[in-house]
Design a protein around this ligand. Structure first.
Ligand SMILES: [Fe+2]
Length: 466
């Protein structure tokens, strides 16, 4: 009997095998500065397994190696965690932080490629995507790690947090550019509210606590649910060693935010924060899709609207408004502008709860208010669009967007390279099979973001292994 869980059908149908392919077909001209690896993660359970929640599906990472206008290889591999073989998260000794689905994100920092899932430790992978094992920063990370750490574009530091349904609810960590944790602090005043993402600005760390919080009665395997009595708040704390002690919490309207688009201090010292959010009804539609329950939307995020908060620490006020009602998710930007006042943002649009609209790659101009959508075609769905700067880039949107498009009619996937300024197609790379629609990924340029030596280590290993 066919299983009708929405996250096992259509664009989300799991890939059933691991492949390695070389010399992929390229249409158009791949810009030579796109030399590096695109890696991306998805919840992709093994054949015959039906997870109780989309996010419980085992992680599968795929990678695409581009160099000098060629697409050299494609690989996909399950992340080999204890959970892949059925190990439970809760044991008689408490949570097992290594029992990770490892299916949310994959990043590189300090020369290590890490598959992330927010309730667990990261899992280190080789450049060829084979699993090394759980990584605890040489014994210095004793909490879970968010799947959305932030690289400070100025310092190269990795800022992240560990959240927990039991105290301490929130612990903040900073690793230096080489990957060593140099600061950890419990954040006072935090609650068990679900924290999937956060923000850093040049001067502050910004947490968001929404209306979704720990709910032991939720039996989908992810024990969270909407509670009206859970106060929604934004926490703003100065960066630095003593910042956590100075955190201030500001009340906001009920809601839940999955992803931050960006945050920054404006010229008046206010904190501006943007990201797609859902209200109570939108959350119920999404959650029911994520768990395969009745009463779900047509898509995993069919009522996710972009909100902007402006927190004035002096006046103690928050101005909050919906700035766009197009259902979007997976906000991205030129990450050199992470934490600074960015003009451009990108996202993926989804059909609304009635199935209207469609998938597309969206570009926002925050100065003019313009919104441009590039549709990718019938029965096609784009992945999170990653921005890669052009060689000798002059402007913020001088670069490319990389998105992998799944095509249900042709049962195939392609990397689509778009010019980020006009969203025109630059090149297409044909993957050897269809990949499952999933979550987040990274572009890892050869030589690192600034050619930093820590990134050279991975490339060195890459070269050794051929
Ligand atoms: Fe996420």
């Amino acid at each position: 009997m066919t299983d009708q869980k929405p996250y096992l059908t259509g664009h989300y149908t799991p890939v059933v095998d691991e492949v390695t392919a070389t010399g992929l077909t390229v249409e158009g001209a791949l810009p030579p500065e796109l030399s590096g690896r695109l890696v991306r993660n998805s919840h992709n359970p093994k054949p015959g397994i039906t997870p109780t929640h989309w996010f419980k599906g085992s992680g599968m990472v795929y990678g695409l190696r581009l160099r000098d206008g060629r697409a050299e290889w494609y690989r996909n591999r399950w992340v080999r965690t204890p959970a892949l073989d059925g190990a439970p998260y809760m044991t008689e000794h408490g949570p097992d932080l290594t029992a990770s689905a490892a299916g949310t994100h994959v990043i590189e920092h300090g020369g290590r490629l890490l598959a992330l899932c927010e309730a667990n430790l990261p899992f280190e992978l080789t450049p060829e995507l084979e699993t090394v094992g759980a990584y605890d920063f040489a014994g210095t990370l004793r909490t879970a790690m968010t799947a959305h750490p932030k690289v400070d574009p100025v310092s190269g530091e990795l800022h992240f947090f560990g959240s927990s349904p039991v105290p301490p609810f929130l612990t903040y960590h900073v690793a230096d550019a080489g990957g060593a944790i140099v600061h950890s602090a419990e954040v006072p005043g935090a609650s068990a509210s679900l924290k999937h993402d956060f923000a850093i600005t040049r001067g502050h760390v910004v947490f968001v606590e929404g209306s979704v919080t720990f709910d032991p009665a939720e039996h989908s395997g992810i024990p969270y649910g909407w509670k009206d009595e859970q106060a929604a708040r934004i926490g703003v704390m100065p960066r630095g060693a003593d910042g956590a002690r100075a955190i201030r919490w500001f009340s906001i309207e009920p809601g839940n935010m999955l992803h931050v688009a960006n945050a920054y201090e404006d010229s008046r010292g206010r904190i501006v924060l943007e990201g797609p959010t859902v209200d109570r009804e939108g959350f119920a539609l999404s959650w029911n899709w994520w768990t395969g329950a009745p009463g779900r939307g047509s898509e995993p995020v069919s009522r996710s609207y972009t909100r902007r908060w402006v927190v004035d620490p002096v006046a103690g006020t928050v101005d909050e408004r919906i700035v766009d009602d197009l259902p979007v998710e997976f906000p991205t930007l030129n990450e050199e502008y992470l934490g600074a006042d960015n003009r451009y943002q990108y996202a993926v649009s989804f059909p609304d709860e009635a199935g209207h609209g469609g998938y597309g790659v969206v570009k926002y101009d925050r100065v003019t208010g313009a919104r441009r959508i590039r549709r990718v075609g019938d029965a096609r769905m784009p992945s999170e669009a990653l921005f890669v700067p052009a060689a000798d880039a002059g402007g913020e949107d001088d670069g490319y967007l990389l998105t992998v498009v799944t095509d249900l009619k042709q049962d195939a996937s392609r990397l689509l390279v778009l010019d980020a300024s006009g969203l025109d197609r630059v090149a297409t790379v044909h993957l050897p099979h269809r990949v499952s629609a999933g979550l987040h990924g990274s572009w890892i340029p050869d030589g690192g973001r600034d050619g930093s030596p820590d990134r050279g280590r991975v490339e060195g290993r890459d070269a050794q292994r051929g």
